[in-house]
Design a protein around this ligand. Sequence first.
Ligand SMILES: NC(=O)c1ccc[n+]([C@@H]2O[C@H](COP(=O)([O-])OP(=O)(O)OC[C@H]3O[C@@H](n4cnc5c(N)ncnc54)[C@H](OP(=O)(O)O)[C@@H]3O)[C@@H](O)[C@H]2O)c1
Length: 371
Amino acid sequence: MHRFVFLVHPLDLKRDVARKYPFVKFLPAPLVEAMLWRMKPKLLGKVEGVKSTSGAETEGWLIAVPMTAKMMIEREEKAVSAIVEACKLAKELGAEIVGLGAFTAIVGNGGVEIQERSPVPVTTGNSYTTWTALEATKLAAELMGIDWQNATAAVVGATGSIGKACAYFLSHGAKVGDEVRFESVSEVILVGRNEERLNSLREELNAKASASIRVTTDIAQGLNRADIVITVTSAMDAVIEPEHLKPGCIVCDVARPRDVSERVHKERDDVLVIDGGVVEVPGEPRWEFSIGLPDKLTLACVAETMLLALEGRLEPFTLGRDIRPERILEIASIAAKHGFKLAGLRSFERQVSEEQIRRVRERVGKVAIGK
Ligand SMILES: NC(=O)c1ccc[n+]([C@@H]2O[C@H](COP(=O)([O-])OP(=O)(O)OC[C@H]3O[C@@H](n4cnc5c(N)ncnc54)[C@H](OP(=O)(O)O)[C@@H]3O)[C@@H](O)[C@H]2O)c1
């Protein structure tokens, strides 16, 4: 059996650190941060019971890198060293592949610098994350009665690793063998902060795209016509507010920390926000330390790490900001072979019910599901 390690880190200074050390709830945030700066990567617990439908098994461990996203961006060199140290701990435990979670996959040029210094191959998990984000978005579009092929889709954070890959498939469609898994949409709007990078991405995608492609650095302008939004920035705080969104649209929020503000949840009952990248794991997974999802479910980046262990593909499968589309189609096939699948639709960490979709559709005057 091949074993894996997945690296996590606190997204929120107090809430997430308190899950491991409950006493920090009573400490002021600057003191918690000072405590984290002095800590070393820490073993959180074992993950057991992952069993592929083909019979292969894997198990692994979660290791915490004790830095928030803000701390990692502030001192990137220190973050890279802490992540490499965590990879060394993974090797000592017997792991043969390491998955980089959240910002551990962003610093160090999307894992490239980590791979150069790690004794174990690493993967960002962004290939399977891209695929499941698209799958969830397509499912949500069907349930919301959005005509995919005539839709306008916006990708926020389009110049990033997952953003670029999502923009590619939205504008080109996706085929697995002879089977068309997604048609392209009608128009793709690339939303980002850097116009030059956006324009060069548009040129790159335009070569064979079926959809028309526009770019904008103005998020409000980018989103106000979009029927479909996939958001994948590495921003520290929310970037999508209620006033940005078109009534009846769907928003797939892949980012951790989230891109969609809590206000959208409270104030816009006419849009459907779904969490990107949540996957059902085959077997009877047991987590000594919970990352906040039911035991059967995990994030797609964790699932990619498990899949590589199950498949014996102990290699840096996904790294950097340019993921080849073939890689994404390959991990989709590996996932299907081992019985991993999209965990339905979830929104702000809860399962989306038919009733919820019916209510959103009724708010925008669309006929309810099943009527
Ligand atoms: N759900 C999951 O399973 C899962 C798995 C993997 C990753 N993730 C999350 O997905 C997100 C993206 O990951 P990635 O690897 O694609 O990151 P990435 O390659 O670093 O790309 C992030 C993009 O966000 C943009 N950005 C950064 N700060 C911004 C801000 N303040 N406002 C607007 N745009 C901003 C960057 O644009 P510029 O070009 O302007 O700098 C960049 O294009 C992260 O939040 C990560 O934690 C989730």
